[in-house]
Design a protein around this ligand. Structure first.
Ligand code: ADP
Ligand code: MG
Ligand code: MG
Length: 250
């Protein structure tokens, strides 16, 4: 699904990613952990195609195709979903209407007709039931006065509706209370399928109490320096990141 080879990238002339390799197959959940400033969000933004980041070397392949030349919007249309770290408030636009527009825009870009209203409603019903989202929530104005948990709920609902091939959830260090963590984790567990891949970026091991990743990677100083299974996350929880530093410098 996603293959990253020897990726080098910089922001404002400063090299942040320094030869990163990652291989994510369909059906897998990968967790990327690492200390603050390691480059986790940079990686997410680069895969999503954010413009401020400059790729200076290496390759990013989505289903075998180099996506380097594609704009963020085109990547989204090709099935890449990045959770919004700072979701905008759109007064007067409901959660549902925002979603309808997003889906129809994507379909248009793919050369498809608008989704018939009946199918759209069915999909909204299915996904909201799956994620236990109530009707009242769906008719609220997007992000207006949303709590942290509600923002997460909305994000996960967007992910469920868009049915991305590759979902990247960048769980920033701030503002994730236990309810929000559970919402994210439940969503990820329910949306996992043999057809998609999910990359969860997290500073905290706690999220992995609820999601069982197939692989855990440590991103440190712009590279994946260690990969393992869930045990690695437990080890990080217990020992922090310093031992990784020592291992690298040894
Ligand atoms: P993490 O998500 O692992 O905490 P980031 O990817 O956010 O790390 O940041 C890695 C480094 O890149 C940091 O030194 C950060 O200051 C820098 N950086 C990230 N994004 C930008 C940006 N848009 N402009 C300037 N520096 C940035
Ligand atoms: Mg950070
Ligand atoms: Mg970050």
């Amino acid at each position: 699904m996603l293959k990253i080879k020897d990726l080098h990238a910089s922001v404002e002339g400063k090299e942040i990613l320094k030869g990163l390799n990652l291989d994510v197959k369909a059906g897998e959940i990968h967790a990327i952990m690492g200390p603050n400033g390691a480059g986790k969000s940079t990686l997410a933004n680069i895969v999503a195609g954010k413009e401020e980041y400059e790729v200076t070397g290496g390759e990013i392949l989505l289903e075998g195709e180099d996506i380097d030349e594609l704009a963020a919007e085109e990547r989204a249309h090709n099935g890449v979903f990045l959770s919004f770290q700072y979701p905008v408030e759109i007064p007067g636009v409901t959660v549902t209407n925002f979603m309808k527009t997003a889906i129809n825009e994507t379909r248009k870009a793919q050369g498809l007709e608008e989704m018939p209203a009946k199918d759209m409603l069915k999909k909204i019903r299915e996904k909201s039931e799956l994620l236990e989202i109530d009707r009242k929530f769906l008719s609220r104005s997007l992000n207006e006065g949303f709590s942290g948990g509600e923002k997460k709920r909305n994000e996960i609902f967007q992910m469920a509706m868009m049915e991305p091939k590759l979902a990247i959830l960048d769980e920033t260090d701030s503002g994730l209370d236990i309810d929000a963590l559970r919402i994210v984790a439940n969503g990820v567990n329910k949306l996992k399928s043999p057809e998609n891949a999910i990359v969860v970026i997290t500073h905290y091991q706690r999220l992995l109490d609820y999601i069982v990743p197939d692989f855990v990677h440590v991103l440190y100083d712009g590279k994946i320096v260690k990969s393992g299974t869930k045990e690695l996350a437990l080890e990080l929880e217990e020992k922090g990141y310093d031992w990784i530093k020592e291992e690298i410098n040894a």
